[in-house]
Design a protein around this ligand. Structure first.
Ligand code: PLP
Length: 429
């Protein structure tokens, strides 16, 4: 057995993995552009952008330079009582890209912490104001991360059953469809009318982990308007949707209504460094100002605003100022739309959907959409054998590649999916 695999089996506990039945992991030891290279010299197109984080391809020279320059200048420092250039630059540039009222940035390390902090801010916002509002609204199928608060507002079930007794109470609205939208909005209105709701959290327009499920900006605008009417604070969890994924810089840029809090991670550092941001309005920030220290947000992490991560995030923003990045995004949008047309003609495929650079569809399995569907392993192995790394969510197959992908590379992904669907259709498995 390979030495790395042997030691991995001895000592490493992987995420979302049942090690009793898990297959031997792939050893990836190099990456460049859209390609991942394994230890045996095979290369794979990174069709899901390394767990949805990579936006400009791997080893991008502009990112590499920002990272190494920053390391040589200032690698890390405490961030309480101290500030540094790159954190300030990032906060200034990010707030410049967000709606007018969003002016304050809190730094953490990942998407879950960004959400956790947003929830804590809402709880303490009301506490500081001396109002007892303690209920939260979330959406069925939501995923906001794996820490306790983030799990509490996420979909309950498979992934977190043992923890359920420790979650706080959350009310859920149905995922909106063409048919139920009006009822869902009425449900939200009824709940909010109680005056007991502190906040609401949603993944704007695309629920990632639920299987890239999509809903309309018009629905979100109406939902947020209802929340505003009742003074409910709104979190847009842009951890997955941010940084070009939906065809705009942020998913909320498709909407008219604004959030009070926006969370970011994944694409924030181009998928290179661990960083999370919780960006809030002045109104929220101001509720923490007081002569009493206990009214402050007494929260922080060892690596809060790590300078290297901040420098990389700034370099990422530079790349979003380049026209090539947006041309790359537009190309993917076009190729996705074209592929979607073809998928509509294939019998074993249903629920084809696209939001910008994300294209998703379901394979009819007769057992509904479950994460544990066998389809997942079959599909994963097939794609690998064709030089494509796609990690399906149950029977949902989706494509969300880095924006530097060129047409020939996209076509390799497309053909590998088409040959898989062909195998299924011909019953040859
Ligand atoms: C991935 C994700 C998170 C959690 O982020 P981590 O960095 O994995 O903790 C939160 N919200 C959404 C919408 C996500 O897609």
């Amino acid at each position: 057995m390979n030495k790395i695999i042997e030691k991995d089996k001895q000592h490493v506990w992987h995420p979302f993995t049942q090690h009793f039945t898990a297959e031997t992991p792939l050893i990836i030891d190099k990456a460049e552009g859209v390609y991942l290279f394994d230890s045996e010299g095979n290369k794979y197109i990174d069709a899901n952008s390394s767990w949805w984080v990579n936006v400009h391809g791997h080893a991008h020279p502009h990112i590499a330079k920002a990272l190494t320059d920053q390391f040589m200048k200032l690698d890390h420092t405490v961030f309480a009582g101290v500030t540094h250039e790159k954190a300030v630059e990032l906060a200034d540039r990010i707030t410049g890209l967000l709606p007018e009222r969003m002016e304050k940035v809190f730094f953490s390390d990942n998407g879950s912490t960004a959400v956790e902090i947003g929830l804590k801010m809402i709880v303490q916002y009301w506490a500081n104001k001396g109002e007892s509002k303690q209920r939260f609204l979330a959406m069925n199928g939501a995923y906001h991360g794996d820490t306790f608060g983030a799990m509490s507002v996420g979909q309950r079930g498979y992934f977190n059953r043992p923890f359920e007794p420790f979650f706080f109470d959350v009310d859920y609205i149905e995922f909106p469809t063409e048919e139920n939208q009006r009822e869902v909005l009425e449900h939200a209105e009824k709940l909010f009318s109680s005056g007991e709701f502190a906040g609401m959290i949603v993944e704007p327009l695309v629920q990632g982990a639920a299987g890239m499920r999509m809903y309309s900006p018009a629905f979100l605008d109406q939902l947020v308007a209802i929340a505003k009417k009742h003074g409910v604070l709104v979190i847009f969890d842009e951890v997955m949707t941010g940084f070009g994924r939906t065809g705009r810089l942020f998913s909320m840029d498709h909407c008219t209504e604004k959030a009070d809090i926006v969370t970011m991670s994944k694409g924030l550092t181009a998928g290179v460094m661990a960083l999370g941001l919780t960006v809030v309005t002045d109104e929220i920030y101001d509720a923490f100002l007081s002569k009493e220290t206990t009214k402050a947000l007494l929260h922080g992490h060892s690596f809060t605003a790590n300078p290297i991560a901040c420098a990389v995030a700034c370099a990422n923003l530079d790349l979003f100022e380049r026209k090539e990045t947006w041309e790359g995004i537009d190309d993917i949008i076009g190729w996705n739309a074209d592929f979607a047309e073809t998928l509509r003609t294939i019998d074993c495929v249903e629920n084809i959907r696209q939001q910008g650079t994300i294209l998703a569809f379901e394979i009819k399995t007769g057992e509904g959409n479950t994460y544990f569907s066998k389809m997942k392993e079959k599909a994963y192995d097939h794609f690998l054998s064709e030089g494509v790394l796609i990690r399906p969510l149950g029977n949902v197959i989706f494509v969300n590649p880095p924006f530097c992908i060129i047409e020939d590379e996209y076509m390799v992904i497309r053909e590998s999916i088409e040959t898989f669907l062909n195998l299924l259709t011909n019953g040859d498995d």
